[in-house]
Design a protein around this ligand. Sequence first.
Ligand code: PMP
Length: 428
Amino acid sequence: SELPTRESELIARREKVLGASYRLQYRRPVHFVRGEGMWLYDPDGRAYLDFYNNVPCLGHCHPEVNAAMAEQAGRISANTRYLEPKLIGYAERLVDTFPNELDRVVFTCTGSESNDLALRIARCASGNEGVIVSSYAYHGTSATTAAVSPNLGDAVKLSPFVRIVSLPGPAGVPAAQAAEFFETQIRSAIMDLNRRGMGVAALLIDSIFSSDGVWVDPPGFIASGAAAVQEAGGLVIADEVQPGFGRTGAHMWGFERHGIVPDLVTLGKPMGNGFPIGAVVGRRAPMERFGSTSRYSNTFAGNTVGIATADAVLKILQRDQIPQKALAMSRRLRDGLEKLAKHRHEVHAIRNAGLFFGVDLGAEGTPAAGRRAMALGLVNAMRDDGVLISTTGANEDTLKVRPPLVCQAEHVDLFLATMERALTKIAG
Ligand code: PMP
């Protein structure tokens, strides 16, 4: 249907000045003027339930986080070259949430910067060049991180130093078999990199495989492959930009589900609840090696406003036991989706860790194009009904459901009721 004049005008102006690489979400794009908790509001005051955005992990415009940010902005925004107790205190509190081996941190402004820096550290510490990633991974915007992001498709040619591994699936594959499947590919990638004189610098993986379509199970399947990389002199980098800060369950970090201790961990998105801040946390040896041979100067990273904001986020997450409470909500959502799947054959598979869900659509035997159309149809029908989600996976036929961690039972129930209505609508 035709878009209202106001929206079509904005779209036209946007396309003219921002160009093609800026994408809009939804067939009927939305304009939000205000956010509060689980809700976003359009100019007409219509409320949309946010079941998609993981950046505002504590909910949109959290008053305590905003107060900490504003207080610091009113005082001083200083960089890391001055003695700043708040920076040190936050760094100490942050590394305390990691296993003991990971006791160093360097701050960045974005997830891409975190991954870019982690790759520099891994190459410096290992003396190798090769990078292994999953087959539909996304790791960032910089030249190096885009070059290790098969998700960007044909537009970005993968570099000769990249090797790709696929993930075990579908759900229900026995743990040992899944681990072996993953490890075998990693070993052959290492052999190939060695043969070509590059060696393996890093296995870079998002522990919940967000852009691959949310591949969470069986827990532990990445462990033996990760160990093979370390044996070969490479570093394991856990990209926690999406799974981090309590997204995947009661623990803080997604890699904990897999029972591994990575060498480097990259952070971003929810770290500042919307304020751009990221970090690389890691083992002392590689971080020190890099620090003594290279300089890392990042003007805005670790600035006091970002630090005050991230510190407030971490304190609230811990004080209010947000990850633990989110786990209870994830069980409610899982139960509700399973119930829905019993009478709606379009719901094909449900995967989740904590409050990060991937839901495959399309009954057995539905062709890829049909599954994709169904997922996009559902996402748009839900948007029209006031609930925000999106899609993920190579075929974009997996619903990506990832609400702020502060969602409550009433929000879960509203999401489920809206999804059921939307399924009926797209089937009809
Ligand atoms: N890693 C992962 C797993 C991500 O999902 C993203 C962002 N979608 C990034 C890295 C890059 O983060 P940013 O956009 O903050 O640079």
